[in-house]
Design a binder for this molecule. Structure first.
Ligand code: M6R
Length: 611
């Protein structure tokens, strides 16, 4: 939530900041602003709404200088408006912030009592005033004032700070919200996330909580919470700037849907030992003594789409490896005194690796003695850094707010983990393992074939776009896929949609069905298909318009559905990775037809770094 950027270099800062903000805009788009050290002092430009408004403003009121900071906002405290837009300033202090200051009310009262005058409704403004206060009233240097002020903050912050009297440096502070720094011969950069820095460097340093940094003509220097100089190892980022661009597609989401054959292959690459006929997850070594797991049970924690992947993971791990799994929403896990011990493996799943609830739940689990295995997309992000082991999903940058390729690669990795665990425990027959691995390898081609013939999905646009409410139903591992299909549709098209375990319909939700209500039924061949077919009959009898996903040659299914979206026949373990693709496309086409903002849907942000 919120993207921040800072630049100290030789080039004009304004285009660098704008390009960085464009690459960070998925983190929030309620307002945007920049501040630049110019020959006449610091110039600030801010606008409500998307970055394009700021770009328009800058055309009429350009600013130029080589040092600057920028911000794109997802509103927490104070409505989206120009007054609440960052950068904020007090006295000589100008700053941008990502995070939430929980004790801002108390600090604001204190500062107002001291005569500081506030102009916005934000929590951020207290930080400027607090630094200014220590600077002006107690005569501290800017560095000292920043340290004194941040010591009083409760909550999370990533800050890039300018002092109008010091045009030779930018100050940086971090606690709880992500920050990455990098440098090249043109200058030094700091940002909330990797994509903003990709055009300049692929060697990036992830700041730790409690770190302070300075960007100056000497590059980036860092100090820890105690003020001791620190050096942190740079990580090589295996992404290139082109991967974070739309590449001719109308939207990032569409591009990311179409990338899935490739990303599924990348998620498998180097992880299957064909000669030995087994999975090879060397990154999981810390979880085992030889082949013996250091855990007896598994708890998966995640939010949103990643939570749905975790639900599929439970079906896979319990069925293949016979190890008990519970799946928790990270935001609930923390507040229910969870049963965790040193024989529990906790698996946080997160595309961004920065989701505040997931990170906090993971930290709590570690404190309780759990081993942790992150399943994550963003290399070097906070969740992998706090884990005992990490399986990266290798999906490349996911920019569309609606998660697509991250989900299917999470499912690939969960399949691999379940098969590896089952093999180590001797709970899977070699021929079954062989078949499962073969299917995983075939997956990429099957998804490509589906995408090459996906026009049938467009026939669902009108019935869905005209509906007040859409239901998604599935059983077994397709139940979470139904939840995911509903989440995709509602988040980008703003149509009410709910996913249900098909067997639950008659316990209440079936009352929602009226003449023409679209019901999207996941009905591939498999152990529960007969039951799903009965559920389709039940909704049809009540007037539902049935869109079914199943085999093209399944005559029984054809006779019951208004539209059939054909899926290849694969085992139930692989089906979620294929069946979720048409649901992503369905949501995409409906949203595009309605003209909503597909990549930046209202009220949302890609990376939820507040609890
Ligand atoms: O980065 P994470 O996977 O931790 O994000 C979790 C959710 O915020 C995310 O999946 C969200 O639900 C997506 N917008 C759904 O498309």
């Amino acid at each position: 939530m919120c993207g921040i950027i800072g630049y100290f270099g030789r080039e004009n800062a304004t285009p660098v900041l704008l390009d960085g903000l464009k690459r960070l805009e998925y983190r929030g788009y309620d307002s945007a602003g920049i501040a630049v050290h110019t020959s006449d002092g610091v110039a600030i430009r801010r606008t409500e709404g998307k970055l394009v408004h700021l770009e328009n403003l800058l055309q009429g009121e350009p600013v130029s200088g080589t040092i600057g900071i920028g911000h794109t906002r997802w509103a927490t405290h104070g409505r989206p408006s120009e007054t609440n837009a960052h950068p904020h300033c007090a006295g000589d202090i100008v700053l941008v912030h990502n995070g939430i200051i929980e004790n801002y009310d108390e600090l604001k009262r204190f500062l107002q009592g001291e005569g500081q005058e506030f102009t916005s409704e934000t929590d951020t403004e207290v930080i400027c005033h607090l630094i200014d206060y220590y600077h002006q009233r107690e005569g501290l240097t800017t560095t000292q004032a920043i340290r004194r002020a941040t010591a009083r903050l409760s909550g999370s912050y990533a800050l890039v700070i300018m002092d109008t009297r010091e045009p030779d440096r930018l100050y940086v502070a971090k606690n709880g919200s992500p920050l990455v720094v990098g440098a090249n011969e043109e200058g030094a950069f700091v940002a909330s996330d990797i994509p903003a820095l990709l055009p300049y460097t692929r060697e990036m340093i992830f700041l730790e909580d409690g770190d302070y940094a300075m960007l100056s003509a000497d590059g980036v220097s860092m100090a820890d919470a105690e003020g001791e100089k620190v050096t942190r190892a740079a990580q090589h980022i295996p992404w290139n700037p082109v991967m974070a661009e739309r590449g001719g597609y109308k939207h990032f989401m569409l591009k990311e849907i179409y990338e899935q054959p490739l990303t599924m292959r990348d998620a498998l690459a180097g992880r299957i030992d064909r000669d030995q006929g087994r999975v090879d997850l060397e990154d999981c070594a810390p979880l085992y003594e030889g082949d013996k797991p250091r855990f007896d049970r598994i708890v998966i924690i995640a939010c949103g789409t990643s939570y749905h992947a975790g639900m599929v993971g439970k079906y896979l791990i319990e069925s293949l490896a016979r190890v008990p799994v519970t799946v928790d929403l990270a935001s609930e896990f923390r507040y229910r005194n969870p049963l965790i011990d040193d024989r529990t493996l906790v698996i946080p799943i997160s595309q961004s690796g920065e989701t505040a609830d997931t990170l906090a739940a993971q930290r709590q689990a570690s404190t309780l003695g759990a081993l942790t295995l992150a399943i994550c997309n963003v290399v070097g992000s906070s969740i992998p850094r706090a884990s005992d082991a990490t399986l990266y999903t290798h999906a490349g940058p996911e920019i569309g707010v609606a998660s697509t390729k991250a989900f299917t690669t999470q499912l690939v990795v969960l399949n691999l983990f379940a098969l590896d665990l089952a093999t180590r425990l001797g709970r899977i027959e070699p021929n079954v393992l062989h078949d499962r691995l073969d299917e995983l390898v075939r997956l990429s081609r099957l998804v490509q074939e589906f995408l090459d013939n996906a026009d049938v999905v467009k026939s669902t646009i009108e019935p869905i776009a005209e509906a007040r409410s859409v239901l998604f139903i599935g059983r077994g591992a397709n139940f979470p896929v139904a939840l995911e299909g509903a989440l995709k549709l509602k988040e980008i098209s703003y149509i009410h949609a709910e996913g249900f375990a098909a067997g639950e319909l008659k316990h209440g939700p079936i009352a929602l069905i009226d003449h023409g209500t679209p019901v999207v039924a996941l009905a591939p061949r498999g152990p529960t298909q007969a039951k799903v077919l009965s559920n389709i009959e039940e909704v049809r009898a009540r007037g539902a318009f049935v869109i079914a996903l199943g085999s093209a040659d399944d005559e029984a299914l054809r006779s019951k559905a208004d539209i059939v979206i054909p899926l290849p026949d694969v085992g139930w373990e692989a089906m979620p990775m294929i069946a979720s693709v048409p649901l992503q496309l369905m949501a995409y086409y409906v949203a595009d037809y309605k003209g909503t903002d597909v990549d930046q849907p209202r009220n949302l942000a890609k990376s939820v770094t507040v609890e």
